[in-house]
Design a binder for this molecule. Structure first.
Ligand SMILES: Nc1nc2c(ncn2[C@@H]2O[C@H](COP(=O)(O)OP(=O)(O)OP(=O)(O)O)[C@@H](O)[C@H]2O)c(=O)[nH]1
Ligand SMILES: [Mg+2]
Length: 444
């Protein structure tokens, strides 16, 4: 069935607010290294774009494009396939012949291929994946269904779908993927079941807001983490995962044994960089509370609980924990401002740390700290610049005093950074944050 004559009823929800971008080749400032090839049977005003990087995939790309067309037909949607080809074989020619658009781009990595594609995407919704026929794009209707229901980010899940025997090495299937997915879910309070799945859907608007930067395999983690930062409405759908065709080598294997390890390393790096707040905030709170509990109650002398006496050494441990904790919390909050796509962290932190009130609070903390050190300093001066052997509770007070001085100063500097980082964030993401619901065609 011709894509253009297909019934529109089923996709009315997607069509209503459609805003097709002007043809990207006419856009000024386009990357001169990119070249768009349009097939004879091009699709006009697509409602869904399948966006696929390909590096020498002549073995499978033709069948892959056919799968996509079948997927569009089954879903009753007008779709385009956009192959980002950075190879040297016949991939582009075959893809074109099967009706796909091809964006010729230099070989600069998988993440970069997606970045290159963004200005060329015409549909309001995108489904991504591999050109190797390992993900079953004939079922892309499941993604379309979720878009219709109003979801902005739709993760495929091979664990909720099916995995052909031999498609995933046992180490990945039973250890690597479940464990990293579990850790990510714990840290980010998310509910993914397969964070490494390459078949994903996203609204084009959300994809643009993600502002992907990863050049290589780590784009996968960057996307997941930013989708959490952006609080995208997220769903999961089952996908079928097949093993590589006879004769096709995964790019990890083509690039040598180090490649998957390198991919894992840079994915981990992306998790740390884009999720710095998640990593330091919770441990920071734990240390801060624990530290304060070990310090403040001991300010006026040791305390015995049963057989244990909490004295100066415990205080010093608490002192260190409090400092680490407050730094963790403050740095986590700063990191949150850096990835504050929605503007909510800025609003919350600026309200919590207004300039004048925080300056006053910091000054009070600092002066109270100085005050608590006075007994020890006066003992020191009265002793002829020597401390007596037993200084009593003066040392306890001084430890708390020093801690309050430091906390006051750190809080003051943190407040300055919150204000500075918020201004920067306003410039990057817009003063009130982007409108997350704009221009999306959805039923709910
Ligand atoms: N344009 C472009 N495509 C790439 C590049 N590197 C990989 N690809 C394509 O990205 C997709 C994923 O690559 P695969 O080799 O299947 O890697 P994978 O599926 O993540 O890893 P395996 O699990 O080992 O198969 C394929 O369609 C590749 O052809 C690149 O540098 N540029
Ligand atoms: Mg693959």
């Amino acid at each position: 069935m011709n894509a253009g004559t297909r019934t529109r009823g089923a996709m009315r929800a997607l069509e209503a607010p459609l805003q097709i971008e002007p043809h990207p080749q006419q856009a000024p400032g386009a990357d001169p290294e990119l070249r768009l090839l349009v097939p004879e049977r091009d699709v006009d005003r697509p409602e869904v774009s399948v966006v696929i990087p390909a590096l020498n995939e002549e073995l499978t790309v033709g069948e892959f494009v056919d799968w996509c067309q079948e997927g569009f037909r089954r879903a009753g949607v007008r779709g385009e396939v956009l192959i980002i080809d950075s190879g040297t074989d016949r991939t582009a020619e075959i893809a074109l012949a099967h009706g796909a658009r091809v964006l010729k781009s230099p070989k600069r990595g998988l993440g970069r291929a997606y970045i290159d594609a963004v200005p060329f995407i015409r549909g309001p919704f995108v489904v991504m994946g591999d050109a190797d026929c390992t993900y079953d794009f004939r079922d892309l209707g499941l993604f379309v269904e979720k878009f219709r229901q109003g979801y902005e980010y739709v993760m495929g899940s091979r664990f909720r779908g099916s995995i052909e025997p031999g498609a995933m090495p046992p180490l990945h299937r039973y250890l690597g993927t479940p464990v990293t997915t579990w850790i990510l879910n714990r840290l980010y309070s998310s509910h993914f079941s397969d964070i490494h799945c390459g078949m994903r859907g996203i609204s084009t608007e959300a994809l643009r807001r993600l502002q992907l930067e990863s050049q290589s395999w780590e784009y996968a983690s960057e996307m997941v983490l930013k989708s959490v930062h952006l609080r995208l409405r997220t769903a999961e759908v089952p996908v079928k995962f097949y093993k590589d065709r006879e004769g096709r080598l995964s790019h990890h294997k083509r690039s040598g044994w180090l490649s998957p390890w390198k991919a894992a390393w840079i994915n981990l790096r992306a998790m740390f960089v884009y999720g710095a707040d998640f990593f330091v905030l919770r441990p920071g709170w734990v240390l801060l509370v624990l530290g304060l509990l070990l310090t403040l109650p001991l300010t006026f002398g040791p305390i015995s609980v049963g057989p244990v006496t909490f004295s100066l050494y415990w205080m010093l441990a608490g002192f260190a924990a409090t400092l680490l904790g407050i730094q963790g919390v403050y740095m986590g909050w700063i990191a949150r401002i850096f990835y504050d796509f929605t503007g909510s962290a800025r609003r919350r932190l600026l309200a919590l740390f207004p300039y004048t009130r925080t300056v006053l609070l910091s000054a009070v903390l600092f002066l109270a700290g100085v005050g608590l050190t006075v007994p020890l300093i006066s003992l020191y001066i009265r002793g002829g610049l020597r401390l007596p052997v037993d200084v009593g509770i003066a040392s306890h007070m001084a430890v708390t005093g020093l801690l309050l001085c430091l906390c006051g100063f750190i809080t003051f500097v943190f407040m300055l950074l919150v204000h500075a980082a918020s201004r920067l964030s306003n410039l990057v993401y817009g003063a009130s944050g982007p409108s997350p619901r704009a221009n999306l065609g959805r039923t709910s």
